[in-house]
Design a protein around this ligand. Structure first.
Ligand code: ADP
Ligand code: MG
Length: 336
């Protein structure tokens, strides 16, 4: 591929320091994703720089005017300290307009709202848990057709914010209490879903018109006490000590029959298309012991650091990290 000028957009606090020495390990730094992407872009022959953004669109415009990028590599996950605003920055990129990597604004809006996602998927008959929405300030009453246990979460938060073992509620009193807690703590509407007991699967999808489904990945709870729900809580996702204690690991999902694999791949592709996602995404699923598959959510622009689920599953598929980053760039360029 021709040498391109690539402008990476990263959160101001996640701009890697200038001199990351050769061979210096940065895998545990908060800015590792940004550094992996930058150094890989350079390694595959592009001219790459990074601009830090917090709450100033002018920083993006200035970098575009000064650097004249061929493409923007979007690594922003929030704006103005609000994760919800990442979608608005992508709208701005459309308006500048410079080609950019990853998902378009509409796909980000639809996938971010868990209730909207459910409504769209249910229209397309893509299987997901039954659900009810509890608006802030309204009375919490469980519809008779929705049976316990339920899973309570924010309609728009990510990264398992507000998700703990207490998110699974077994009775109406606990439901009311948890919904109230979520309303007060996160100031968002709350969604309560049928609790799907089973395996936790992640599927990476890559593409715009033609989609590539990466190998099915599974989150394993090797030493989790049997009486505890096996769900990706905040601590399961982010607390290294907790992960070690409970044997939380991930890897290629084992014992998936060819028929089930085909079914999961089809569900994931349909989800990606129904939500109008482009670029790359990770679909979160639950698999019941009966073989029933439920889409939990779609994540456009998922984590792409080295040695994370998405890049590991791409590697298993045969794409080196350089291939993955190179493909994300080509895809952004082709979309123009
Ligand atoms: N309906 C559900 N049934 C069972 N587990 C769920 C359900 N919804 C969410 N979870 C668990 O909570 C985790 C986080 O929920 P998710 O909707 O993916 O939110 P986030 O955007 O924070 O990742 C999931 O990975 C899964 O383990
Ligand atoms: Mg998730």
């Amino acid at each position: 591929m021709k040498k391109l000028r690539v402008l990476c957009l990263a959160h101001e606090d996640l701009v890697p320091p200038d001199a990351v020495e050769n061979g210096h390990s940065f895998h545990h730094e908060p800015w590792r994703t940004e550094q992996y992407v930058l150094s890989t872009l350079r390694k595959i022959g592009h001219e790459a720089i990074v601009t830090g953004v917090r709450s100033d669109l002018e920083a993006i415009r200035t970098a575009v005017v000064d650097f004249k990028p061929d493409i923007i590599f979007n690594l922003l996950e929030e704006f103005h300290d609000r994760p919800l605003y990442d979608q608005n920055v992508v709208s701005f990129l459309e308006l500048i307009p410079v080609p950019y990597t990853g998902c378009n604004p509409r796909g980000m809006v639809l996938a971010r709202d868990k209730a909207l996602t459910r409504k769209i998927l249910s229209y397309h008959r893509i299987p997901g848990p039954d659900f009810v929405i509890f608006r802030k300030g309204r009375k919490v009453k469980r519809p008779a057709k929705l049976s316990l246990p339920l899973f309570v979460k924010s309609q728009v938060e990510e990264a398992s914010l507000g998700i703990s073992q207490a998110s699974v509620v077994e009775n109406d009193a606990d439901l009311i209490e948890r919904v109230k807690f979520m309303h007060e703590k996160f100031h968002t509407d709350v969604i309560a879903e049928e609790y799907i007991e089973g395996r936790e699967l992640y599927v990476g999808i890559f593409g715009d018109e033609r989609l590539t489904v990466l190998p099915i990945w599974e989150l394993l709870f090797n030493n989790m006490p049997v009486n505890k729900p096996r769900i990706a809580t905040r601590r399961v996702k982010w607390d290294a000590k907790y992960q070690e204690k409970h044997g939380i690991t991930s890897g290629p999902a084992q014992d998936i029959s060819p028929e089930l694999k085909t079914k999961i791949e089809s569900i994931c592709k349909r989800t990606y298309r129904a939500l109008g996602i482009s670029g790359y995404a990770r679909i979160d699923l639950r698999l019941k012991p009966s073989g029933e598959v439920y889409v939990i959510e779609a994540n456009p622009n998922p984590e792409i650091a080295k040695e994370e689920d998405f890049s590991d599953s791409a590697a298993k598929f045969g794409w080196s990290y350089e291939d993955l980053i190179g493909r994300i760039i080509s895809q952004g360029m082709n979309r123009r």
